[in-house]
Write a protein that binds this ligand. Structure first.
Ligand SMILES: Cc1ncc(COP(=O)(O)O)c(C=O)c1O
Length: 394
């Protein structure tokens, strides 16, 4: 019996994928499974999303793409895979051979990809090899993507390498800075910049089979940017990208992860006793405390000390005092009937009144993304839903 586990409901993933396809209004769905599927497990999530109609899988690191392709095997079912972060000396020929498509933001990256494929062909290792690329334009996020000033040169290089036969242009894409802030003026500005970049590339002779810009927030707010492909991550896991405007439930999404532990100790404590480091919490009356054997080393945010809530025996209780490395305390109250071994629900989809990932994000002063991605690998992922047996993903 492990001290905590993250239960991942693959039926919720399927439900959310189907819901996102509805929001996408005819566009294809890329399941974004970077960061080990936002902590849920990249391969099981990708597989469930593909079963529900996703035709693309997106990851950040090229290494993640190699893993997901190998692990999915036949379950990939023709789904295309895109990666957008890689070392300049990465094995681009192997990526091309594995059918992994690459997001490209710079001429240097494009040339490195072209060189790798050319060398593989010249060395007799790559007959018919071609790297499929998606040119990324920085429309205002100020992170990846070619700035407008370098866009024409990037497209020109791509067209030259395409004419040589070492790359094929597949996509044009960009990413929003403020899609989670409906009405923010940068949104319209980014869409205009995207359209202008597309027009410029087409004038130069580029042709793209897919244009993609929409993340979860763009879909949740109904931005008219679904094009041929959408790229949501957070919403696939049943979390709202716009929690200040609409909850996951409002958006028709179901939280896929439940995090649970148990009571490892209960004991009587007198009034006036400080609990845990720094005595941030002092008991007001004689009471019974409970210990939960998970802490910040297990992904429980220390910043949620005295704020995060958990469900025990049908009651939601606030963490009493500081979250430590591997435990935190609860004030169960005098006469509590809770027993050592009882289940402590840290968060879940919220359907039975338990706290949600968003509640923990609010308590910890962060975003839902950080809560699930910070649950470390040593916390067992236990899969439920169609296609699972005994919690192990098959
Ligand atoms: C380039 C890119 N596309 C799509 C996504 C998915 O975004 P979200 O999880 O907000 O839907 C991300 C995640 O941050 C991303 O970096």
């Amino acid at each position: 019996m492990s001290f905590a586990r993250a239960i991942v409901n693959l039926d919720a993933i399927r439900h959310n994928a189907a819901r996102l396809l509805e929001m996408a209004g005819g566009a294809e769905l890329m399941a974004v499974v970077k960061a080990n599927g936002y902590g849920h497990g990249a391969q099981p999530v990708a597989r469930a999303a593909i079963e529900a109609g996703a035709t693309w899988v997106g990851v950040a690191q090229l290494s993640e793409a190699f893993d997901v392709v190998a692990e999915l095997g036949a379950a990939r079912n023709g789904a295309r895979v895109l990666a957008w972060l890689y070392h300049p000396a990465a094995d681009f020929a192997a990526a091309a051979a594995a059918g992994i498509e690459l997001g490209v933001s710079s001429q240097a990256a494009l040339n490195a990809i072209g060189d790798a494929v050319r060398q593989a062909i010249l060395a007799g290792r790559g007959a018919g090899l071609i790297a499929r690329v998606h040119l990324k334009l920085d429309t205002g996020l100020g992170r990846a993507g070619a700035p407008g000033t370098l866009w024409t040169a990037l497209v020109a290089t791509a067209l030259r390498l395409e004419a040589e036969g070492v790359i094929r242009l597949e996509g044009i894409w960009s990413h929003f800075a403020y899609a989670d802030d409906p009405g923010n003026p940068t949104i319209a500005g980014q869409i205009t910049a995207f359209e202008a970049g597309l027009e410029r590339a087409e004038e130069l002779g580029a042709r793209f089979s897919v244009r993609h810009l929409a993340n979860s927030a763009a879909l949740a707010t109904g931005l008219p940017v679904t094009y041929e492909l959408v790229r949501p991550g957070l919403a696939l896991y049943g979390m709202s990208p716009i929690p200040q405007v609409a909850s996951a439930k409002d958006l028709g999404l179901i939280g896929a992860m439940t995090l649970e532990s148990y009571l490892s100790l209960t004991k009587p404590v007198p009034a006036g006793q400080g609990l845990s480091y720094g005595h941030m919490y002092v008991t007001e009356r004689d009471t019974v405390t409970g210990l939960v054997p998970v802490g910040y080393a297990d992904g429980i945010f220390r910043s949620a000390s005295n704020r995060g809530r958990v469900r025990v025996g049908g009651r939601n209780l606030t963490v009493a005092g500081r979250v430590c490395m591997d435990q935190f305390a609860l004030d169960l109250g005098l006469g509590a009937v809770d027993r050592v071994g009882d289940r402590v629900l840290i968060f879940g989809p919220g359907l039975d009144g338990e706290p949600t990932v968003q509640d923990w994000a609010d308590a910890a002063g962060t975003i839902a993304y950080e809560i699930t991605t910070r649950i470390p690998p040593h916390i067992e992922r236990y899969y439920v839903g169609r296609g699972t047996s005994s919690g192990r993903f098959k």
